[in-house]
Write a protein that binds this ligand. Structure first.
Ligand SMILES: O=C(O)C1=C[C@@H](OP(=O)(O)O)[C@@H](O)[C@H](O)C1
Ligand SMILES: C=C(OP(=O)(O)O)C(=O)O
Length: 434
């Protein structure tokens, strides 16, 4: 249980948020199957990425970590992975699980993937089923969940139409296509984060995307060559401070080197549309656009979000809900049923926990209706992350503006994506004078 800091007088300072989770996972996996050394600077040393790192090592790849954020991978090339002894523990990480399904489906050996209680409830047929088109043999439970048994075998090229907007599913299919001789195409329902495509191109693969960002063409069996990459700061982590600064009086927060890949900047745009004060100073680093951001206190108004807005802020929706709960007017979010199959049912956990705090939040089957209020009257001072890192961090941001002192159960969950979150937040806080 953690006591959350409330009634703060301001938020001031500069932070470099940790490296991007999605890019850190991909750097490990793509580095592993490339020839030669891959160096990752600013790697994210969070529990999810360490699950990927341990699995890559279990598959016979040497990974050195001279510091927590510097990783050197000695790539084994496209045919160099070895069967792991025992099963591969994906812990809490959906990204690790789904990308490994695609990667391991084309190997010469079998693998078993397991996960923690939360991950073991999440849907995996969304990957296993479309992988069939490549000739893959991936078995999950009758409920469509982990454990997954992957019978590695030669794959063939395929043309696949996806039926869920998911970068994890898309990436699994791309990693399968990469191992099949010939040209494969993958068509998305809506564009999703494209870090896999960008990184594979940087490592020498022929991966093309159409102008509408929805069709990806992969030329199979390229010779990938290890690279040195600097992982940009994670927009999904920066988002907590962007929200905190917008909602807190006397706030001016500078965030350095945040990744602003178009497929990830939904919250930035929503905040600007809601009346937020965000300054963006853009440059390029390691094939990804990054920016220094300055965010200040703002008066916000409501917004309406639908299905096509969701992929670019899928992990930031708990924060959109919080912003809306403080903004003037009624915000409606629809087309976000995916939130129900994340680390928790985030539609339910957002509504439950923000309602406890005194916000007015109503669940829809595929979203939320939120009526903004400047003053909240809490129903309970005991909050719960439900073991979901993003819910825990959102609640810590929500508590900053409250005169009451809240406690948070299962606060340790933040280590899944941001182990030093509470320390970084504390560094920005100007305490209320007593
Ligand atoms: O590809 C990725 O790295 C991710 C994709 C998203 O999941 P979905 O693809 O399931 O939407 C996101 O929620 C997750 O945190 C990371
Ligand atoms: C949904 C998330 O991650 P994953 O799917 O990798 O568990 C997240 O980080 O919010």
């Amino acid at each position: 249980m953690k006591q959350l800091q409330g009634h703060v007088a301001g938020l001031q300072g500069t932070l470099a948020v940790p490296g991007d989770k999605s890019i850190s996972h991909r750097g490990l996996m793509i580095g592993a199957i490339s020839a030669g050394i891959t160096r990752l600077h600013n790697f994210l040393p969070s529990a999810d990425c360490l699950a990927t790192l341990a699995a890559v090592q279990a598959l016979g790849v040497a990974v050195d970590r001279p510091t927590p954020t510097e990783v050197t991978i000695t790539g084994v090339g496209k045919a160099g992975l070895h069967q792991a002894v025992g099963s591969l523990d994906m812990m809490n990480s959906g990204t690790s699980t789904r990308l490994f399904m695609g990667l391991l489906a084309g190997q010469t050996f079998d693998s078993t993937l397991t996960g923690d209680a939360s991950l073991s409830k999440r849907p995996m047929r969304r990957v296993a089923d479309p992988l069939l088109a490549f000739g893959a043999d991936v078995n999950v439970t009758s409920a469509g969940t982990l454990p997954a048994t992957i019978h590695g075998q030669p794959l063939h090229a395929a043309n696949v139409q996806m039926n869920v907007a998911s970068a994890q599913v898309k990436s699994a299919l791309i990693l399968a296509a990469l191992q099949a001789p010939g040209v494969s195409t993958i068509v998305e329902t809506l564009p999703t984060r494209d870090h896999t495509e960008r990184m594979l191109r940087a490592f020498g693969a022929n991966v093309q995307t159409t102008a509408d960002q929805r069709t990806i063409t992969v030329v199979g069996q390229p010779e990938l060559v290890g690279q040195t990459l600097t992982v940009p700061g994670d927009m999904s982590s920066a988002a907590f401070f962007m929200t905190a600064a917008s909602l807190t009086k006397n706030a001016q927060v500078h965030l350095k080197n945040v990744g602003i890949n178009e497929t990830r900047t939904g919250l930035l745009k929503v905040l600007q549309e809601m009346g937020g004060r965000v300054m963006v100073d853009k440059h390029m680093a390691g094939g990804e656009p990054v920016a220094d951001l300055t965010i200040e206190t703002a008066d916000l108004h409501s917004i309406t979000l639908g299905e096509k807005d969701i992929p670019a802020l899928i992990d930031e929706l708990p924060l959109v809900a919080l912003l809306a709960a403080r903004a003037q007017g009624v915000t409606t979010i629809t087309g976000a049923a995916e939130l129900r199959v994340k680390e928790t049912d985030r539609i339910a956990t957002i509504a439950t926990e923000l309602t406890k705090m005194g916000a007015e939040v109503r669940e829809l089957p595929d979203g939320l209706v939120i009526t903004g209020h400047a003053d909240w009257h809490p129903q309970s001072l005991t909050l719960d992350s439900h073991g979901d890192h993003r819910i825990g961090m959102m609640l810590a941001v929500a508590a900053l503006q409250q005169p009451e002192t809240f406690t948070l159960d299962n606060a340790d969950a933040v280590a899944v994506s941001y182990p030093n979150f509470f320390e970084d937040l504390a560094q920005l806080i100007t305490p209320e004078a007593v």
